[in-house]
Design a protein around this ligand. Sequence first.
Ligand SMILES: [Fe+2]
Length: 498
Amino acid sequence: MPTILRHLSDNSFLSRFFSYLESCHSIRALVVDKNGNIDPLDGQDTFEYPEKKVFPVSFHKNIGGIRCSAESIEALQSADPHIQIGIEAVETLVEKDLIMQQTMDEMLHLSDQLHFLFGLAAKLSGIHEIEKYCSLVLEEIAQEISADSAFARMTGDKKTRRLILHKLSPRDVERAEQDSSIQALPENKTAVVNLQDGKSAIVVSINEKDKLSGRLVLLRKAGKRNFSAYDKKFVSIIKNIVCPTMESLSLYSSLQILYLNTVKALAAAIDAKDAYTHGHSYRVARFSLAVARQFHLDSRQLSDLEIAAYMHDLGKIGVPESILGKEGRLSDEEFAEIKKHPLLTNKILEPIDLPDSIVRATLQHHERMDGRGYPFGLKGDQISMFARIIAVADVFDALTSARPYRNAMTVEEALTEMCEGIDTEYDRNVVQALIDALQCYSEDPDLSAVYSELEFSQPDRFNHFLEKLTRIMPDYPGCSIEKPAPVLKTSENLAESR
Ligand SMILES: [Fe+2]
């Protein structure tokens, strides 16, 4: 049973106090628990005189006290005031040690929290997508407090509304939210509750100053110990730290959507200058994203590439419509005007602080792998990856769309022609990625969106055509199709291979 000795970090005062009682008052003092069982100081013998009296030590719980014994009741009575003073001193010491212990525990918790926050901050740095950010926060908090699952329900307006899950299905969330303990909680209340199915839950309200609101719920399976007040406090602290960033990311994501819509509207206005390029920027964006997915670009890169694809011909707004829509061959002077559009795009975008990858993509999308492109004559790797992707998407759409001077090519014809430009005009990996994407178009949301606009020479034999086309391409390291020895790529080869 716990006694005073369990609550004192240093027994030297008790030891001196007991020696004093023995030498000055012939009183033996022993520590006892609430049931009178002796808990001796180190090395102390437990001999007692016949007359005994227990002096309880007052504490927030019963920890027993000190039992004093003497030869006579008179001896105990005469020492009583001295014993009382000693007991008061012991009570003060026990109280101080308790406060010290609580402070130390608090500091250890704070140190744990700081350690956790540093780790979390390092993992979150560079994450700009709110879903990814929230998922990681949920996962980390759940791990830290040994929660089995968690979810964050963001309410607010249409743009900030979302449900983030950690080891839960939407059905599990629905069940938890319907639990009467959670339903009974006021919106802005943070609490630990027990659910009807025996789970323990921490429910933390999210209520940021602008639009972010909702709940963060962490769950522990039935049979495990319930969440503690400390767990609740910990989650509340982390929530207060991460929510402002979540709100900023949410606003950032709304701004991104607004920005992308503006770019799309602008691109549509440029496409509309020429009846033949109607929808061109939209389709180039779709083809670019389908190609980029083959390279496993992350969502941030995909978003930047989409913007670059929409903007790639922005500078055409400065090229006279008479040149853009001219039927027939362009004169050298007219072509020189057309060639200005990447630089014009750059001039338009200059005042906006856009990521470098977007600016370079729009500026370089007419460069060629052999250095014979424009406006700078860059070669191979000097051309940004985005620009190489947009170049392929751009020409694929141009070839498969009707022009004043020719009909739209079929996909087979367009790819055959593009393969002739591999390594001179186009990056072979990008062309192969387009072929790979076309082979599994139904798995790609962007390609599926424009697939029906494409025409095929032999739709039922299209995959067969792609396989043959891939085989005649020279060594391609990332190709998923087994290829025989490289064959010289000419249009004759390609025709034979169909
Ligand atoms: Fe262009």
